[in-house]
Write a protein that binds this ligand. Structure first.
Ligand code: FAD
Ligand code: DLZ
Ligand code: SF4
Length: 518
């Protein structure tokens, strides 16, 4: 696969930069510059990613290399098992520089702080100029976000999102939001019923390249989390775009209404299942938002669905990236609630009596996917209530999902889900008792715990843990205005009742600590 003639610039394309619109490729000269793509052990193992995530990315990288060659680029592609592969970005850049004698290195900024840090020494070590361009795939650059954040007391997503609507003109009617409101969530978030028509995401059969990669991953990463089978992810831009078109046809109209619903055996409901494609570069964020806006203008989907979807990408996705680059590297070690319990073993096996957690983890093992409410209100909620170390929770989310890159995963975990940043991102901890899960899902009817029992052996663990969380974190949380109501209820509770909650919760936490059954 290697080309050997000298080149002017070596253009390094990372595994999550699979787009011909990358700023590096736009700057480069097709006739004289050379593209370098590398499969390296360091990236595949800095956390032990889900097997399916590695397979998805390696296959998408190999297909993209082919797309570039077809478009006239010279591509030097180093496969994982290529002789001499040093296993790191730096090692492979060095080897390529020796092979190709470039005048300089060109690349688009990486998504992760860890990788960017490593690159700072390249110029000196290689004795070559290294030019790092900004990533134009995002609608708000880290510098723009920093300017937005400067001088603000609170960095709330909702304010950022409104500014992004104004900036892009998406769903705007002059200076006003279309429909008169910025947010239509009041119409969203209904529970789903098992008899509703359920679409399923577009499935692509593995081709020869994907089959080779699946064999490679099965052999080299056998001890990583998760299953390779079934493998149906799109691995090309064309197939990812087709998957998004299918979402527009079959699911967008119901996206808002059932955004927070959970059903047994229904892994995707009306979600788009595009985050892995989007984060790897196979889809473009602004294009998706424009297509969704057009669906509204053509009367194909209601405003609550369309606004809700656009907010996830234009609002949340851009906002968490801004927070990441604003707050790294300290953000990764935040632990405002001083939680230190190890992650329970059932996060790796799915073997727990709690039906909601078992469903979320089992489908994560199978698909490297769970939707937002499963991540936030089931696995995230349980970890927060149980006082699990946020660093361990962060590592788990980074490992197990096909869409996980630190820039997007870390603020979602440390900030939104675990409240470990002390409220920088979320105005209150996302916690709930079993009641919320029962309202939004059909899990509880199939669970060996009873969601209606508050304390005791058969009671849903979320119930006692909820009050125990508030009780043990009172010094950190009692002044939070959004927790005024639950603290008032707790204080009014009879002391015997409070003690029953405490001892029930401590029994559950004791079982977790002794790796007993929960
Ligand atoms: P849909 O529900 O169909 O939403 C459409 C798109 O909106 C998504 O594809 C995604 O690009 C974007 N989006 C939605 N919510 C968010 C959000 N909170 N932050 C950023 N983008 C969002 N998303 C990732 O892409 N990578 C991660 O590593 C990741 N880790 C998470 C960890 C935790 C603890 C939590 C609570 C959420 C995390 N999310 C992450 C956000 C969200 O859960 C996923 O983006 C979503 O589930 C992907 O599925 P989908 O494509 O079907 O999304
Ligand atoms: C996630 C990942 C994996 C598993 N493997 C590679 C790889 O072998 N080569 C590569 O270029 N990128 C890989 N990636 C994606 C990188 O981790 C990602 O580009 C950086 O973390 C920057 O966001
Ligand atoms: Fe989850 Fe509790 Fe419902 Fe069981 S009863 S599914 S543990 S919320």
């Amino acid at each position: 696969m290697n080309e050997t003639s000298d080149c002017r610039k070596l253009v390094l394309i990372l595994g999550d930069q699979l787009s011909q619109d990358m700023s590096s490729l736009k700057r480069a000269e097709r006739k004289q510059d050379q593209v370098l793509m590398v499969e390296v052990m360091e990236e595949a193992t800095y956390v032990r990613h889900h097997k399916k995530k590695i397979a998805f990315l390696f296959s998408a990288m190999r297909h993209f290399a082919q797309e570039l060659r077809d478009a006239g680029w010279a591509v030097d592609y180093v496969e994982l098992d290529a002789p001499g592969n040093t296993g790191s970005f730096k090692g492979e850049i060095k080897r390529a520089a020796q092979r190709l004698s470039p005048e300089g290195i060109l690349l688009t900024e990486p998504g992760e702080w860890r990788v960017m840090e490593g690159m700072h020494s390249w110029q000196d070590d290689l004795g070559l100029p290294v030019e790092i361009l900004s990533d134009q795939r995002f609608m708000c650059s880290p510098a723009e976000f920093r300017a937005w954040a400067t001088g603000r007391k609170q960095l709330r997503m909702e304010n950022f999102y409104q500014d992004m609507r104004r900036k892009t003109g998406l769903l705007m009617d002059g200076q006003k939001p279309v429909g008169g409101k910025w947010n239509f969530d009041a119409e969203n978030r209904k529970p789903a019923k098992a008899d509703l028509f359920m679409p399923s995401p577009r499935r692509v059969a593995p081709d020869k390249i994907t089959k080779e990669v699946l064999d490679l991953v099965a052999n080299r990463f056998a001890d990583h989390f998760g299953s390779l089978d079934p493998f149906w992810f799109a691995v090309t831009r064309q197939d990812a775009e087709a998957a998004f078109e299918e979402f527009l046809e079959t699911s967008l109209a119901n996206f808002g209404t059932y955004q927070d619903a959970m059903l047994q055996g229904e892994k995707f409901l009306y979600h788009a299942v595009i985050s892995a494609y989007l984060n790897a570069g196979l889809l473009d964020a602004l294009t998706l938002c424009r297509k969704v806006e057009t669906a509204y203008l053509e009367g194909k989907a209601p405003l609550n669905a369309v606004e809700g979807f656009i907010r996830q990408i234009l609002g949340w996705r851009e906002y968490v990236r801004g927070i990441y680059w604003l707050k790294m590297p300290d953000y990764a070690t935040k632990n405002a609630l001083e939680a230190h319990r190890p992650l329970p073993d059932f996060y790796w096996t799915g073997k727990t009596r709690m039906k909601c957690v078992a469903e979320a983890v089992t489908q994560t093992l199978e698909e490297a996917y769970a939707h937002h409410i499963q991540r936030l209100m089931v696995t995230g909620n349980f970890a927060l209530l149980a006082g699990v170390d946020p660093g361990e929770v962060h590592e788990w989310y980074l490992m197990v999902y096909a869409d996980a890159y630190e820039w997007v995963e870390l603020p979602n975990t440390i900030g939104m889900s675990q409240y470990a940043d002390g409220g920088l991102l979320a105005s209150k901890p996302y916690i709930s008792s079993g009641n919320y899960i029962n309202k939004m899902s059909d899990y509880c009817g199939a669970c060996s715990y009873d969601v209606n029992q508050r304390t005791g052996e058969r009671a849903c663990p979320f119930n006692a843990l909820y009050w125990h969380f508030l009780d043990r974190n009172e010094t950190h949380l009692r002044n939070n205005p959004r927790l005024g109501q639950p603290y008032a209820t707790w204080r009014k509770m009879a002391p015997e009742k409070q003690d029953q909650y405490r001892s029930s919760a401590e029994a559950i936490l004791g079982r977790l600590d002794q790796q007993g059954e929960v």
